[in-house]
Design a protein around this ligand. Structure first.
Ligand SMILES: Cc1ncc(C[n+]2csc(CCOP(=O)(O)OP(=O)(O)O)c2C)c(N)n1
Ligand SMILES: [Mg+2]
Length: 388
């Protein structure tokens, strides 16, 4: 049976005979051991600080920077959806509601660290080295949208669910092999935990102590499949126990808590202590993708419950209460972003369409026969299409 830990305290209540643990500070991962089912929160949804003892050491400037990043991601996201509705870009997965999870986790990384995204971490990618233009380029169907500066250590968006996790572990293993102390941030969704790649990756990373942060954006759905149908585990965080690594469920709409949990996981990775599983409990406020209609499988009441828990709303309330943000700053930032977005989008719209070759060019160093055949088939089809 799990020990019961009172999360309002950070001192050990119990002494295991002879271990001298009385009075010892609990680590974050001990205090929020997933077996006890508590969710880690620093700031509640009204913007009030509820766990001052876990407040991260972030300067006022860094907090404002974090909020600006979230606001930028929200503005880009809304614009992307609107462009898609106008038929100017292809299908895309909106990120609205998940900005604190993405921004808070990315903020705890250093530039040299690696990021292996899924497809709903816009704020994290913008922070790590993607530009608004590269994001537009990607959703315009061009492989060039996945080209980032080499030193950004940012991998491309990955759509095949959880297929990015073995890559993240491979990077982590290579870092360890070379004796480095960089860490790898690997993102995936609640649905991603049902893939075999999830099991293989967490197991390998734990056995070989790879410095990987497995960051699950539990946004309550995998397309229309609710979290309750994804796994019988009470939390996703508790899966960590089976793999032999720390796990924590964090309020994913709380920038401060996400940052703090990730910071602790990063420390473990750098110190050679291995991987950590973070479950960011959040909500996808938009549709799964622009091809989806969420009203078919979720209720208005549910959406109304989550609306006031929006990550931007609460962080803004907190910053305003500290005199660090106000309406004028909000307006000025939005105007600047909307301008940047418009310029970037025009540039992308005026770019020539890339050759179909690019679909095949960037996966293998030496193209396997199966791909060569598909390439020829596509070329034949395009020739045929031209004549019709
Ligand atoms: C291997 C694989 N199977 C199925 C799909 C189709 N698909 C796209 S997104 C998605 C759901 C993913 O849910 P989750 O992991 O929770 O991420 P979210 O979309 O909620 O961010 C599925 C099944 C896919 N992209 N890859
Ligand atoms: Mg999901």
């Amino acid at each position: 049976m799990a020990k019961t830990i009172d999360h309002s305290k950070t001192k050990r209540e119990e002494t295991v005979a002879g271990n001298g643990a009385v009075g010892q500070e609990l680590s974050l991962f001990e205090a929020f051991d997933p077996l006890n089912g508590a969710q880690f929160q620093v700031m509640d949804h009204t913007g009030a600080i509820v766990s001052p003892q876990w407040m991260p050491q972030l300067s006022d400037e860094r907090m404002v920077e974090g909020y600006r990043l979230m606001l930028t991601a929200r503005a880009v996201d809304l614009r992307l959806v609107s462009y898609q509705r106008q038929g100017r870009i292809f299908t895309l997965p909106p990120c609205m509601g998940q900005e604190a999870a993405a921004a808070g986790s990315a903020f705890a990384l250093e530039h040299r660290d690696w990021m292996v995204p899924a497809f709903r971490e816009l704020a994290a990618m913008l922070h790590k080295g993607a530009t608004i233009k590269s994001i537009f380029t990607y959703y315009s169907g061009s492989e060039f949208g996945s080209v980032f500066p080499e030193d950004a250590h940012l991998m491309p968006i990955t759509v095949p669910i959880s297929s990015q996790l073995p890559h993240a572990v491979g990077i982590g293993y290579a870092i360890k092999y070379r004796g480095g102390d960089d860490v790898v941030m690997a993102y995936f969704g609640d649905g991603g935990t049902s893939q075999g790649d999830f099991n293989e990756s967490l197991n390998f990373a734990a056995v070989f102590s790879c410095p990987v942060i497995f960051f699950c954006n539990n946004n309550q759905y995998a397309i229309s499949v609710p979290r309750t149908h994804q796994t019988k585990s009470k939390t996703i965080a508790q899966k960590a126990i089976a793999y032999g690594m720390p796990g924590i469920q964090v309020d994913g709409n709380d920038f401060l808590a996400v940052y703090r949990a990730t910071e602790e996981a990063v420390k473990r990775g750098r110190a050679g202590e291995g991987p950590t599983l973070i479950e960011a409990y959040t909500y996808r406020r938009g549709a799964h993708t622009t091809s989806d209609d969420p009203t078919k499988y979720r209720t208005k009441e549910e959406e109304d419950y989550w609306a006031p828990r929006d990550p931007l709303l609460r962080f803004r309330t907190y910053l305003e209460s500290r005199g660090l943000w106000n309406e004028d700053l909000e307006k000025a930032h939005m105007e600047k972003i909307v301008q940047e977005v418009d310029v970037a989008f025009k540039e992308v719209e005026n770019m020539p369409l890339p050759d179909a070759d690019h679909i095949f060019a960037h996966v293998f160093e030496q193209m396997p026969d199966s791909l060569k055949q598909q390439k020829v088939a596509l070329e034949n089809f395009l020739k045929w299409k031209e004549g019709h």
